[in-house]
Design a protein around this ligand. Structure first.
Ligand SMILES: *Cc1c(COP(=O)(O)O)cnc(C)c1O
Length: 409
């Protein structure tokens, strides 16, 4: 998006504010889709937890996406956004059997990653088809070395437990309609991902009633200059070939599914903050913005690097700044960054603010969560109002101590 457009949005809606470029979301969706255009049935299930605003979900629906959800609340948001239950896959970890049953009642596709739950669910609902999340024990390291096994992850059912799965399926009479993996690792090295896919295929061929294979996500997007991103086109070509061979041997055209979050929305997002003060200390120039890790926690939580630009001073001379927030503990967004000269009142734009930014925001320090704006068809649309003081009070039951009598024994 143009700096001028972002500046106007900050003027109109105030700061801090999240802005999402619908056109960028669309182009990412289409890019992924066309990388797999030789596969007959492709399903892209957008991972809601990355950015769960209803208007964004509706936009994804318009593009043709399904949803990947991790809680019953995300499933319900999807239904409110107009998705058909069968276009929603529910991939929880560590939730109660009760929640899984409640989601099954809503009609979403259930994905189970625990043997005990699988058995209980299969016994109670043998007629509801279930997908299984496996753990292929593949990890992509910092280099191309592949380490297999020895990974203690809480996610998925180990491939070494496949015989147990098969026994449960047989004993309960349940039907397994999908096989899934989500390794979480960045698909930097396509070969590593393809290797994991081979393990997925090996597992899949042991199940006779499959309708789809879900390859999860892990697509990498560039965060800073020089960052490597997944070569989607090459990836698409290679996986397509393998998938087609598998389907031929399996004897059925299955659906190939993905569930990207970051890939679809990260680069579409900008977080706009206003500089409250520039503070020079003996060693550092701090730019203090009207935000903190209550609004964008990724740099503090994961050490993520979000590029920061001064959209109020496009052509200014570059200087070094530490960009910090207004929270009463260290909340450093960026250390020693070259940014165009910053003055009080300037608007700074944080890039890659579409995924895992607003959805992780809180009210810490009793601050309001920011507004959200969707840029669509050359127009800025408010899709979430900034919170107000009433929101802070909303669920509080306020005690009047003078009127409270003691409990009598
Ligand atoms: C978080 C998550 C995703 C999305 O991951 P991204 O890195 O944002 O693409 C997909 N599937 C599952 C099961 C997840 O938990």
């Amino acid at each position: 998006m143009k700096n001028e457009t972002l500046l106007n949005i900050a003027k109109e809606f105030g700061s801090p504010v999240y802005v999402y470029d619908a056109h960028k979301i669309e182009s990412q969706y289409k890019r992924l889709n066309s990388a797999f255009n030789k596969v007959k049935n492709v399903k892209i299930n957008y991972a809601v937890k990355a950015l769960s605003n209803i208007s964004v979900l509706k936009f994804m629906n318009k593009l043709g996406a399904g949803l990947d959800t991790v809680s019953i609340q995300e499933v319900k948001l999807g239904l409110v956004a107009g998705y058909k239950p069968e276009d929603i896959i529910y991939t929880p970890n560590g939730v109660s059997l009760q929640e899984i049953e409640d989601v099954a009642k809503l009609g979403a596709q259930i994905n189970i990653d625990n043997l005990a739950i699988l058995e209980q669910f299969g016994n109670a609902h043998p007629d509801i088809p279930v997908c299984i999340r496996i753990n292929p024990h593949v990890m992509a390291g910092g280099n191309t070395n592949i380490s297999v096994g020895h990974i203690d992850s809480k996610f998925g059912i180990s491939i070494h437990q496949t015989p147990h799965i098969l026994r449960i399926v047989k004993n309960t009479g349940m039907r397994i309609n999908g096989i899934h993996m989500h390794t979480g690792s960045d698909i930097l090295d396509i070969e590593v991902f393809l290797y994991a896919s081979e393990i997925l295929f090996e597992t899949a061929k042991q199940f006779k009633d499959l309708e789809f294979i879900d390859f999860g996500s892990g697509f990498k997007v560039p965060y800073k200059e020089g960052d490597i991103e997944t070569d989607i086109e090459e990836f698409g070509e290679k996986l397509t070939t393998r998938f087609k061979t598998f389907c031929k041997n399996y004897g059925k055209e299955l659906t190939l599914a993905f569930e990207p979050g970051k890939f679809l929305v990260s680069e579409a997002g900008y977080f706009l903050t206003k500089v409250n003060a520039v503070k020079q200390t003996t060693s550092t120039v701090f730019a203090q913005v009207d935000s903190g890790f209550n609004h964008l926690i990724r740099p503090m939580l994961y050490g993520s690097q979000h590029e920061i630009i001064n959209i109020s001073n496009e052509n200014g001379k570059q200087r070094f700044y530490s960009v910090v927030g207004y929270i009463c503990e260290t909340d450093t967004f960026a250390n020693n960054r070259r940014i165009n000269e910053i003055n009080d009142g300037d608007i700074l734009a944080f890039k890659n603010a579409g995924a895992y930014c607003f959805t992780m925001a809180s009210n810490y320090n009793s601050r309001y969560r920011p507004a959200e704006v969707l840029w669509y068809n050359d127009k800025a649309h408010l899709i979430r109002k900034r919170e107000t003081f009433d929101d802070l009070l909303a669920n509080q039951e306020i005690l009047e101590f003078n009127n409270l009598s003691k409990a009598t024994k």
